[in-house]
Every structure is written in C-alpha cells, then in structure tokens.
Design a protein around this ligand. Structure first.
Ligand code: 5GP
Length: 189
C-alpha cells in the first residue's frame, strides 16, 4: 500500500487492562500486523502453548540468553522474567509490515532507547477498581499474585503520560476502533 510506513509499536498497560484481547481484535481488522512471541520464566497457564503464547524458559535458560545478548529488552515483571528476543523482531520486521510488542513499561522504555522511532501506546483501564474486578473474573491469579499485579498497576498508570498515545479500554469495541486509528495514524506519518 502506498503512503503507509511499517512501524514498530509497543503496547503496554496494567495486567487485566485487556491488551491481549484488544491486540487480537485489531489484528483481525489489520491483517499483516505482526506480533512477537516473548520469552518468559513464568509457568504456562492452562491452554497456553509453548512457542505461540510465549517461549517458556527455565531461569537458567533465560539468564543464558540474557548473557548471550539475545534480548532486545527484558525485565522482571510480577516476580518473573519476560523478554523480547532479537530473533523475533528481526524475522518479523523483515516481513515488511508493522510489528507489535506487547510488553511492560520497563521493556517499553528500553525499546524506545534502542529504536527511537518506535511508537509507544498505553492501554488504560477505566479505573483501578474495574481493573481488579476484571483480573478476578479472569480467574488466573491467586490472591497474592492479584495483589502484586494491582500494586504494579498503580506504578504503571503513573507512567502513561510518557507514552505517545493512550487508549482507554472501557467499551471494548470503542477501544478496538481507537487503537486501530492510532496505529493507522502513525503508519501514515
Ligand atoms: P502475563 O504474565 O499476564 O502474560 O504478562 C504479564 C506482563 O508481562 C504483562 O504486562 C506483559 O505486557 C508483560 N510482558 C509480556 N511479555 C513481555 C516481554 O517480552 N517483555 C517485557 N518487558 N514485558 C513483557
């Protein structure tokens, strides 16, 4: 398509803000928008598939890859390590279309340092209490991990104004529309 520049998009937001659902819906309407598969030391949740949801690594293997310089960025998030592999970004950028990294705030700023032209988009929940309710409804967290994710959410929300754009995920259809518009706006620039 003429007049469209492939971009590297970084999407962050608190756990439970709906990033995964939003990104999946946007990709249905914007085929070709690539998504990297991250590596993590967290245990797989029910239904998650190694190599598709994440590359599930042991602590030792993750550290070995950090030492070997295999990550574009990596961070400790909610008690586990998460990172984006250089190989994932290279192979998917080579395909010539825009790429989404769905990563935490620490990783986002590392990517911005390395790729200043990257576009950072923050997904914001309507409120902290709604976020807590969504996380409970998802049923994937223990009370302890829920508390960690809620305390991290407050710290992450405080960084939203350092992002290029913020999309509030209140009504899902509206948020899908808004996120798509933000992505297309940057691809046209
Ligand atoms: P979850 O355990 O719920 O799948 O993800 C927890 C958090 O880790 C989310 O906020 C997600 O954005 C972040 N995350 C996932 N992959 C990466 C990654 O490759 N790098 C960084 N820095 N954060 C990630």
């Amino acid at each position: 398509m003429s007049g469209v520049t492939p971009r590297l998009f970084v999407i962050s937001g608190p756990s439970g803000a709906g990033k995964g659902t939003l990104v999946a819906r946007v990709r249905e309407q914007h085929p070709g928008l690539g998504l990297t598969v991250s590596a993590t030391t967290r245990a797989p949740r029910e239904g998650e598939i190694d190599g598709q949801s994440y590359y599930f690594l042991t602590d030792e293997e993750f550290k070995r890859r950090v030492d070997a310089g295999e990550f574009v960025e990596w961070a400790h998030v909610h008690g586990n390590s998460y990172g984006t592999l250089v190989s994932e970004v290279q192979s998917k950028l080579a395909a010539g279309s825009s790429l989404i990294l769905e990563i935490d705030v620490q990783g986002a700023f590392q990517v911005k340092e390395r790729f200043p032209e990257a576009v950072l988009i923050f997904i914001q929940p309507p409120s902290l209490s709604i976020l807590q309710q969504r996380l409970r409804d998802r049923g994937t967290e223990t009370e302890q991990s829920l508390a960690v994710r809620m305390s991290n959410a407050e710290a992450e929300l405080a960084l939203a104004d350092r992002y290029d754009d913020v999309v509030v995920n209140d009504d899902l259809d509206q948020a899908v529309h808004d996120l798509l518009e933000v992505i297309q706006k940057h691809e046209r620039n």
